[in-house]
Design a protein around this ligand. Structure first.
Ligand code: AMP
Length: 405
């Protein structure tokens, strides 16, 4: 018999949700609540599979109001006949530190550990915990499961996660590379092995998760070996509003010349940098591509340079990870693109792969212009190039079922 499982992602002012029938993995219902806590009314939208999307304006002073609304529309829309049908809720938790090597059941002890890790993810972990507590109250009979963004990267070797600073900072403050987007990298690397029709233990894959947040992961035998994000998701690639890797003394120098304190600089490098700052006008890749193509665009010149920087950084990380795979005596089987930009921008994929001549990687332009899960490898390419829409919520639902027992 099938169970209804809800996968949720609670942010500080948002809640995203997807309902699945498991184990069939059929998506029944999905939606999001935005601007919870105001100011003013927020937006609550949902879509039952096969039906039109519904958008509501709703005052949501807290997450509990959004959750009550969700349970109401789940029944009203007929996605469930009663909320008792929801047997499990899987929660995305951003930072699991070194404590969590797998998804776990929500217990007071586990929530306490996540709370203690909040200094590593101040924007996310407290919001995630709030979501778990609110759903535990609203759905008392459902199993609550915690699925961490960091778990997949816990297999990285020390050589790839330690920073060259005094070891006491790792021992005492747990400063190291954690990475993120783990659920997505795991899903895409597993799906890549399926598409290649290979046992995952025999695969070496590079996953490029390119969204507003972006990261690249080297996955060997189904395990994360290295990933571009670091101590926090600010490291690595140039992102929508995050810098990615920069000389660390830029931060201290900025503090000196601007008078910003640590929080001020943190705000600058996470929310007001990246493509938004480099183009001078937008962090949305659709806008950036339009400005690059249109010579009359007021930000054309800046957008061209910013776009080149973005592409080059992605190709640099892919090349590094490919070299690491080859140096360990293996061969690179595939490069898989995913997330908002990776799934939708044929231009970004083409320009990145054009820079991978050293790997003899080539794209088939006709396949590259189509959408969905696609093999875009040219017939004379030495490496498979795939596009795989990510399914983080499905992975959360799978883990929820697995831990429910
Ligand atoms: P995500 O964070 O995965 O939701 O991805 C968001 C990013 O995907 C934004 O920068 C969007 O501009 C980008 N995106 C979505 N659709 C397209 C598209 N057709 N072409 C280029 N970028 C896109």
């Amino acid at each position: 018999m099938s169970d209804k499982i809800l996968a949720v992602n609670a942010g500080s002012s948002s809640l995203k949700f997807k309902l699945f029938a498991m184990p069939e993995e059929v998506e029944l219902f999905q939606g999001a609540a935005d601007r919870i806590t105001g100011p003013g009314d927020g937006e609550f939208s949902y879509k039952k599979t096969g039906e039109e999307k519904v958008k509501l304006s709703l005052n949501m002073p807290n997450h509990e109001v959004a959750i009550d609304k969700l349970l109401e529309v789940l029944v009203e829309s007929g996605a469930v006949t009663s909320v008792e049908e929801i047997k499990g809720v899987g929660h995305r938790v951003v930072q699991g530190g070194e404590f969590f090597k797998d998804s776990v059941l929500s217990t007071p002890e586990n929530l306490e550990i996540i709370e203690s890790l909040s200094s590593l993810a101040p924007l996310h972990n407290p919001a995630n915990i709030m979501g778990v507590r609110a759903f535990s109250k609203a759905l008392r009979n459902a199993t609550q499961v915690l699925v961490f963004d960091t778990v997949f990267h816990q297999t990285m070797p020390e050589v790839n996660y330690l920073y060259p600073i005094d070891r006491k900072f790792y021992d005492n403050h747990k400063i190291r590379r954690y990475g993120a987007h783990g659920t997505s990298h795991k899903y895409v690397s597993q799906t890549t092995a399926e598409i290649l029709n290979k046992n995952i233990a025999d695969t070496s894959v590079i996953v490029a998760h390119l969204g507003n947040g972006a990261s690249i992961t080297e996955v060997v035998a189904g395990k994360s070996v290295n990933t571009s994000m670091g101590f926090t998701p600010t490291g690595g690639l140039i992102m929508g509003t995050r810098t990615g890797d920069i000389d660390p003394t830029v931060i201290t120098y900025l503090q000196k010349v601007t008078g910003f304190d640590a929080d001020g600089v943190n705000d600058l490098i996470t929310k007001r940098s990246g493509m938004l700052a480099a183009t001078g006008f937008s962090n949305d890749m659709r806008d950036v591509e339009e400005a690059v193509e249109n010579e009359e665009h007021p930000h054309h010149a800046q957008a061209v340079v910013a776009f080149d920087m973005f592409i080059k950084k992605i190709a640099d990380f892919i090349t590094l990870y490919a070299a690491d795979i080859i140096a360990s005596g293996k061969s690179l089987d595939a490069i898989s693109f995913t997330a908002g930009i990776g799934e939708n921008s044929s231009t970004v994929r083409k320009l990145v792969v054009d820079r991978l001549a050293i790997l003899s990687a080539k794209i088939d332009e006709v396949a590259n212009s189509t959408r969905g899960t696609i093999d875009i490898t040219a017939s004379d390419s030495k490496v498979k190039i795939l596009v795989i829409p990510t399914e983080e919520e499905l992975m959360i639902a799978r883990d929820t079922v697995r831990l429910q027992g």
